[in-house]
Design a protein around this ligand. Structure first.
Ligand code: AMP
Length: 425
């Protein structure tokens, strides 16, 4: 079977790594990939948003299955395009991916089907939104409706902050057309978790729970990033919370999407806030997490391909996935300056040493090869992921691996997993 993975970050490296272990896969391609992916798949120089070129490549090379990593090709309609051409592809259609592409659509859906989420109001008029801000208590969260690479969400402690956020989104259009509409949301307090599931639009099979660390600095300080690390499982998702998430959130959402005439198949990723054991939805994503997928793939046992095919064919039915009982922790090594500006082309040293470590895998994100050297080529560069006994074992092993890798201007958080330790110890 020939498989194509679309994307070129750590999430896509972990997908390639996992699918490469399937006895059914004979050839693996990745577009555009990165230096780490190139060691296990043929990288094709097509961007993840060049949908026509991707479809043509899949046709010409008789790709049997395409798996999409990032959200943008999904919201652009890559699944619809591939299917029109008779190509098999895993992911939601464009109309279903709107659950991530439009926060207003998502919130209205949750409201309609009674799925717990923060109270909210949506506006397409700046002055009406400003008047609303003046009339309510603080804090609130002001959100751009559309995709903004995780940056269009602005927690606001005071009315001044909220009004400034509103102008950033709607007047300055800092996130472009994503700011045509704005959401003003109740500020939820609690602990966050990622709950990621596979679905064929009827059955929902959860992956192992996970938690990521979005802020750039230790102690969850500083601006949000794509994610500075993640771990699985998430101890905040107890058995009881897990059941609530399935019964009150995941299943009603999937049923709701079907009732709306937008049957959802693919990955449904719930970004949740858990307050005193009650989960509420912060957002839904239409794809695997990055970096959560790195620890999740390390813990997943068995072949993933039949699961993806069952989602496409609508016969997922029951059945649970087997998980390695150990913990997995991913520490993201980034370029100094990220999520702001940073330098590229720094030579990465120590990858050969870490390759010899057991139960450790280094997933590449922003890397490139220049001659014999692997160099930095992005903000998030590597996701050093380790399996270990309990949270402590996995954290210690991940950081001992991190310390063997270096480049000029490397930055990483030193407290990935601390929230889990605090809860457990
Ligand atoms: P989102 O992209 O909507 O998940 O928001 C990104 C981050 O902003 C979340 O991971 C939370 O840390 C924070 N956030 C979003 N919505 C809220 C909310 N209603 N209350 C508190 N924090 C929020």
């Amino acid at each position: 079977m020939k498989v194509l993975v679309v994307g070129g970050g750590g999430r896509e490296h972990s997908l390639v790594w996992k699918m490469g272990q399937s006895p059914r896969v004979t050839e693996l391609f990745c577009a555009p990939g990165n230096a780490g992916i190139a060691e296990m798949a043929e990288c094709i120089d097509i961007s993840a948003t060049d949908l026509e070129d991707l479809a043509e490549f899949a046709e010409n090379n008789k790709i049997d299955l395409t798996v999409v990593g990032p959200e943008l090709p999904l919201t652009m309609g890559i699944v619809d395009l591939f299917e029109e051409r008779g190509l098999r592809i895993f992911g939601p259609h464009r109309e279903a991916a709107e659950i991530e592409g439009s926060k207003v659509f998502c919130k209205d859906l949750l409201d309609k089907y009674g799925v717990p989420t923060a109270r909210y109001r949506a506006f397409d008029n700046r002055d009406e939104a400003a008047a609303y801000i003046e009339s309510i208590g603080m804090p609130v969260v002001v959100k751009a409706d559309g995709l903004a690479a995780g940056k269009g969400v602005i927690p606001s402690m005071t009315k001044e902050d909220a009004l400034r956020a509103l102008d950033t989104i709607m007047v300055e259009r800092a996130f472009g057309d994503a700011g045509k509409q704005v959401l003003i949301e109740e500020f939820l307090v609690g602990e966050e978790a990622s709950f990621i599931a596979l679905t064929d639009s009827k059955t929902v099979i959860p992956l192992a729970s996970s938690q990521d660390h979005k802020p750039v600095y230790d102690g969850d300080k500083g601006p949000n990033t794509g994610g500075m690390g993640a771990y699985s499982p998430a101890p905040v998702v107890t058995e009881e919370v897990h059941k609530k998430i399935m019964d009150e959130i995941m299943i009603p959402t999937i049923k709701g999407m079907a009732s709306e005439g937008r049957p959802y198949r693919g990955v449904l990723y719930g970004g949740l806030m858990i307050t005193d054991g009650q989960p509420k939805v912060l957002e839904f994503n239409a794809r695997f997490g990055d970096p959560e997928n790195q620890p999740i793939m390390m813990r997943m046992k068995g072949d993933m391909i039949p699961l993806l095919e069952a989602c496409i064919d609508g016969n997922l039915r029951g059945g649970l996935i087997d998980w390695d009982p150990r913990w997995a922790v991913c520490v993201v090594m980034a370029s100094e300056g990220y999520p702001g500006s940073y330098e590229k082309n720094k030579v990465i040293r120590g990858l050969d040493r870490v390759a010899e470590m057991q139960d450790v895998f280094v997933f590449h994100a922003g890397t490139a090869r220049i001659g014999e050297e692997i160099v930095t080529n992005g903000g998030r560069v590597l996701g050093v992921t380790a399996l270990g006994e309990g949270a402590r074992g996995a954290i210690d092993l991940a950081y001992s691996a991190v310390k063997t890798v270096e480049w000029d201007g490397v930055y990483y958080r030193s407290d990935i997993g601390k929230r889990a330790l605090d809860r457990l110890e």
